[in-house]
Write a protein that binds this ligand. Structure first.
Ligand code: ZN
Length: 240
């Protein structure tokens, strides 16, 4: 191992970042997590982070030894600037660019820049994020091209050799369920269903086969569609 090793996972407590956390625990000897408080409308996401971490620690002893500190960074100033459906009570709708108004301009760039500063301080070499350009809404900062450019900028600007790892980049939402099964079997699928939180509305009253949520917001729709696709394929396991 080189001087800096280990990974910092951008961990929101959702389905995608739960898969990313397992992926990182599978390949890195030391893993820490970071979450961002940007004034989300609901505290549900922040609670889900701790529940998922605890469930993984309890169920996977080999990963528990590798899972280190959790960090939460307050970036509510950014949330105020970006002001969209995620942080205010506006209705869900499409903007003139065809992006859902849950899109927060440059959010991943901001997350990764904060994460890089933290990783520098923590001596962690890899940043792991759930950015995916396959079947989401084409958020421009989810594209690998944008991530590559940021990786170069961070390394130049911080005199570092970070790698930004995006294990979900080319996966469909059905593949992400298959990846969870490949990494942690049905136990990790169960943790993802029961404990991870994706719903934009913060609802956890209704339990669907794919987990808790309102069932109608774009995040729930996407998660449900991915689940149904995976089940239709016979619940395959995908090894990274
Ligand atoms: Zn929902």
């Amino acid at each position: 191992m080189t001087e800096a090793s280990g990974a910092l996972v951008l961990f929101s407590g959702g389905q995608d970042s739960t898969a990313c956390l397992a992926w990182a625990l599978d390949r890195h000897a030391r893993v820490e997590t970071v979450g961002f408080d940007y004034g989300q409308r609901h505290g549900v996401e922040m609670q889900a982070r701790q529940v998922v971490r605890a469930a993984i620690t309890a169920r996977f002893p080999q990963w528990a030894d590798r899972l280190g500190e959790d960090h939460v960074i307050d970036i509510r100033g950014f949330g105020a600037v970006a002001d969209t459906a995620l942080t205010s009570e506006r209705a869900f709708e499409l903007s003139e660019k065809g992006l859902p108004n849950t899109y927060v301009p440059g959010r991943n760039l901001v997350f990764l820049t904060y994460a890089a500063a933290l990783a520098d301080r923590r001596g962690l070499a890899a940043l792991v994020g759930g950015m995916c350009e396959t079947d989401f809404s084409g958020y421009p900062d989810c594209r690998r091209e944008a991530i590559d450019a940021l990786e170069a900028a961070l390394n130049l600007g911080m005199a570092q050799t970070f790698t930004i790892e995006t294990p979900l980049m080319r996966l469909t939402k059905a593949d992400t369920w298959a990846l969870a099964k490949g990494l942690g079997g049905e136990a990790l699928v169960a943790i993802t269903v029961e404990d991870s939180h994706t719903c934009y509305r913060g609802e956890r009253d209704a339990r669907h086969p794919w987990g808790y949520g309102c069932g109608i917001c774009p995040a729930c729709e996407l998660r449900a569609r991915g689940w149904e696709g995976w089940v239709a394929q016979g619940r395959p396991a995908l090894r990274p």
